[in-house]
Design a protein around this ligand. Structure first.
Ligand code: ADP
Ligand code: PEP
Ligand code: CA
Ligand code: MN
Length: 637
């Protein structure tokens, strides 16, 4: 052997004529060579800390054990970290019974078993778990993990319950129009126990410890306990991922989700009207999910929590997308599902702060989440390249259809559902703004997908008009591609997110008005829906036109053009927008039947008026001036 040959060349050469053999005597030894141990992040610092690494590990397991404890049985399963099918040297930690409830049953079978905890697994590990153990999990040709969410392919707002107690009785919005359907503490505990017992009966559960909110001063620690790798990977992508160091120091979570997925609730339990229940208990800082595997329930459940916690700190929670220009100009995109928050906030010329959930504090805006949740139906590489490219290894694609051999996804196929989705970490979008925070917004864009085809593609709003449309929260969509649907369905959802707000809509509206006023933000109404007639005769406004309109808002050029006021809605519409045919800016021009246009316009105005009647008795702002202005900012006919 030549002495000049370095080690690397030696390793790769077999010019000695010898066949190289592995440095292992057994198969097990060989396998242990393949997988390197992960070094804990701050071993070197252990000496400086009072709590040793081992002690912290023990505390972590005790904390997880406490989360999984049955509250009615003295002894529940013991917790052990790791996959049950893999031999592990990790220490077993005895189950820690909860202190508050006096035990009645001393020993149960569940006390004799171990619950294996798969704690903050990596995407690769979760892929393996899903593919090995969960039916309907496949790797698609782009590297994403395809999953099925089961019988439920969307949220179940009618099955959402909130515990009404001394704390929430006066604080929350209850009754007509409110998303908060009450349940009592006892029924919550019945469901909690049902979920915990189900989870503990499994060989293994997934536990994610993660954060919400990029604003460090208002960060919330969440723990998600679930039965499926799909759920764990979904939340890994959607919440903020802790660094290894942050995970070591995680401590006790501020809020815990128990997701029992397919395991139903018991219909004999008071307040249950179906086999699905999504229950929030603010006092206990817990949420229980029974009878649905749709992962979006977790994401939006946490959003509801933030809609309670943040306003208490004078921070406004927003169902909006958010992005920022090169000069630091921030825009918010409000809108109901399918109106374009994700699509339009993902803009190749701007920095993405987030696609769906934000906070607006004294310091500016911050994203609540660590990922995006994009609709996939009819997704195209040409129209939405950034979202298309984000669908790769690590991304969860829900309920999509792919071919049996190459596993190529067909985004046009709605065989499972119209609501196909992709959940990916936000850094999969190339021009993400990290950390996901920004200065105070300059533009507040209200998106409506008006399938009646009478709202202008863009209008500039006064502050009171912005409030009127924010409180109304209008959109009209067509029900999927079903046959026989001729009439668009109008939806009004206060604050563009009535399903998630916890306090009365006027609380959020008053905060938005104050913030927009203080920071001089301009309001805009953008119709991403129909033009040239209602659904059936007209067509959806081209995405490329909407993007041009949004560009003109961002650049400020729309502030310097001529405006005309429309009749009935009193909306200020620009006479020209660069790159958009001027004739479409006034919807009336695009309808061949002018009488039909007028009738449809009046019809929509009537729907707005009816909807707003609920809010006429509420005061918004310090004096009644804003309230009166807002009432006058609606349609007049
Ligand atoms: N003019 C348009 N503006 C915005 N979105 C459009 C337009 N035309 C069609 N779309 C489609 O509508 C859907 C908007 O959905 P998405 O952005 O996910 O909404 P949200 O995030 O508000 O729920 C996307 O599938 C997008 O491709
Ligand atoms: C996930 C959701 O958000 P959106 O459709 O607004 O993107 C939802 O409403 O369930
Ligand atoms: Ca979205
Ligand atoms: Mn949304």
């Amino acid at each position: 052997m030549s002495p000049t040959k370095d080690k690397a060349t030696m390793e790769n050469s077999d010019d000695e004529g010898s066949i190289r053999t592995v440095k292992a005597n057994t198969i097990d030894e060989l396998h242990s060579l393949q997988r390197k141990k992960v070094i804990t992040p701050d071993k070197s610092q252990d000496d400086l800390n009072t709590v040793s690494g081992e002690e912290r590990h023990k505390q972590q397991l005790e904390s997880i054990s406490a989360s999984l404890a049955s509250l009615t049985r003295e002894t529940g399963p013991k917790v052990v970290k790791g996959d049950p099918s893999v031999r592990s040297e990790t220490g077993r930690v005895a189950h820690v019974p909860h202190q508050r409830i006096t035990p009645t049953i001393a020993v149960s079978d569940s006390a004799l078993k171990f619950t294996h905890v798969l704690y903050n697994l990596s995407p690769a590990e979760l892929y393996e778990q899903a593919i090995k153990h969960e039916k309907g999990s496949f790797i698609t040709s782009n590297g994403a993990l395809a999953t099925l969410s089961g019988a439920k392919t969307g949220r179940c707002p009618k099955d959402k319950r909130v515990v009404k107690d001394d704390l929430t009785e006066n604080d929350l919005w209850w009754g007509k129009g409110s998303p908060n359907i009450e349940m009592d503490e006892h029924s919550f505990m019945v469901n909690r126990e049902r979920a915990v017992d189900y989870l503990n009966s499994l060989d293994k559960v997934f536990v994610n410890d993660q954060f919400l909110n990029w604003d460090l001063k208002n960060r919330i620690k969440v723990r998600i306990v679930s039965a499926r790798a799909y759920h764990s990977l979904f939340m890994h992508n959607m919440c903020i991922r802790p660094t290894p160091k942050e995970l070591e120091d995680f401590g006790t979570p501020d809020f815990t989700i128990y997701n029992a997925g397919k395991f139903p609730c018991n219909r004999y339990t008071h307040y249950m009207t179906s086999s699905t229940s999504v229950d929030i208990n603010l006092a206990r800082k817990e949420m229980v999910i029974l009878g649905t595997q749709y992962a979006g329930e977790m994401k939006k459940g946490l959003f509801s929590l933030m809609h309670y916690l943040m306003p208490k700190r004078q921070i406004l929670s927003l169902h909006s997308g958010c992005n920022m220009g090169k000069d630091g100009d921030v825009a918010l995109f409000f809108g109901l599902s399918g109106t374009g928050k994700t699509t339009l906030s993902t803009d190749h010329n701007r920095y993405l702060i987030g696609d769906d959930e934000h906070c607006w504090s004294e310091d500016g805006v911050s994203n609540i989440e660590g990922g995006c949740y994009a609709k996939c139906i009819d997704l195209s590489r040409e129209k939405e390249p950034d979202i298309w490219n984000a669908i790769k290894f690590g991304t969860v694609v829900e309920n999509v259809v792919f071919d049996d051999h190459f596993r190529e996804v067909d985004y046009t196929d709605n065989s499972v559902t119209e609501n196909t989705r992709a959940a990916y970490p936000i850094e999969y979008i190339p021009n993400v703004k990290l950390p996901c925070v920004g200065p105070h917004p300059k533009n507040v864009i209200l998106l409506a997908c008006d399938a009646f085809g009478v709202l202008p593609p863009v209008s500039k709003l006064s502050l009171s008009q912005t409030m009127y449309h924010f409180i109304s929260g209008y959109t009209a969509l067509v029900a999927g591609t079903e046959e026989g649907i001729k009439e668009p369905q109008a939806t009004f959802s206060a604050c563009f997110g009535a399903a998630f707000i916890m306090l009365h809509p006027t609380k959020y509206a008053a905060m938005l008005a104050e913030k927009m006023q203080n920071h001089g933000a301009t309001g805009w109404l953008v119709n991403t829906g129909w033009s040239g007639g209602s659904y059936g005769s007209g067509s959806r406004i081209k995405l490329s036109y909407t993007r041009k309109i949004i560009d003109a808002i961002h650049s400020g050029s729309l502030l310097n053009v001529e405006y005309k006021k429309t009749e009935i809605f009193g909306l200020e519409i620009p006479t020209e927008v660069e790159g958009v045919p001027s004739e479409i800016l006034n919807p009336e021009n695009t309808w061949s039947d002018k009488t039909a246009h007028k009738e449809t316009l009046l019809k929509l105005a009537g729907l707005f008026k009816n909807n707003f009647e609920t809010f006429t008795d509420y005061k918004i702002g310090e004096d009644n001036k804003l309230t009166e202005d807002i009432l006058a900012a609606g349609p007049i006919f």
